[in-house]
Design a protein around this ligand. Structure first.
Ligand SMILES: [Zn+2]
Length: 173
C-alpha cells in the first residue's frame, strides 16, 4: 500500500515540482516588485521633503535679502538702521510682514557693535529643517566698521555659541 502511494507520488512529482517552482518564481517576483515599489515610494517621499525644505529655506533667504536691502537703505546716513524694520500696511512689501513673524530682532545691536567686528541684527526664531542636510537658521549680521549688513547661515549645531557671539542671547531675555 505504502509502495503504491510512493509510486503514485513519484509519478506526480515533476508536475508538483513545476507547480512549486512556478509558485516560488511568482512569489519572488511579487516580493521584488513590492521592494521596488517601496524603494521608489521612499525616494519620492524623500524628494518631496527635500523640495519642501529647500523651498522653505529659499523663502527665508529671500526675506533676509529683503531685510539686508532695507537695513542698508535705512543706514545710508552713516548711522545703523532701526530695528525692527517698520512695517506699514499697504505700503510695505509682504516680505516685511513675513519677516516680522519669522525673526527675533536684536534691538540693541547698534550699542553692541562697539568693539566687535560683527553683531547680529535678526535671526530665524526657529531652525529650518533640511532633509539629509544640516538644519540651521539665517541671520542678518552688521559689520560696524563699514556699516554693512550681510546674511549668515548658522548650522543648528553651532547656533548656541554663534548666537551668544553675535549678541542674540542676551537680547531675547
Ligand atoms: Zn528662517
Amino acid at each position: 500500500m505504502g509502495g503504491a502511494k510512493l509510486e503514485h507520488g513519484s509519478a506526480a512529482d515533476p508536475v508538483a515540482r513545476a507547480a512549486h517552482d512556478t509558485h516560488v518564481r511568482r512569489r519572488r517576483r511579487v516580493v521584488r516588485n513590492a521592494v521596488l515599489l517601496l524603494i521608489v515610494t521612499a525616494a519620492l517621499l524623500g524628494l518631496m521633503v527635500m523640495n519642501r525644505d529647500a523651498a522653505d529655506a529659499r523663502a527665508c533667504r529671500a526675506r533676509m535679502e529683503f531685510a539686508v536691502r532695507e537695513l542698508q537703505r535705512l543706514a545710508e546716513g552713516g548711522r545703523p538702521a532701526p530695528v525692527p524694520l517698520p512695517t506699514i500696511q499697504g505700503v510695505s512689501p509682504p516680505e516685511a510682514f513675513h519677516l516680522r513673524d519669522h525673526v527675533d530682532w536684536n534691538v540693541f545691536y547698534a550699542e553692541r557693535g562697539a568693539g566687535t567686528a560683527v553683531v547680529g541684527v535678526c535671526v530665524c526664531r526657529r531652525k529650518h529643517d533640511r532633509f539629509l542636510l544640516s538644519d540651521g537658521r539665517y541671520a542678518v549680521v552688521w559689520r560696524p566698521a563699514d556699516n554693512r549688513y550681510e546674511i549668515e547661515w548658522i548650522p543648528e549645531a553651532d547656533y548656541p555659541a554663534r548666537a551668544a557671539a553675535l549678541g542674540f542671547i542676551p537680547a531675547r531675555r
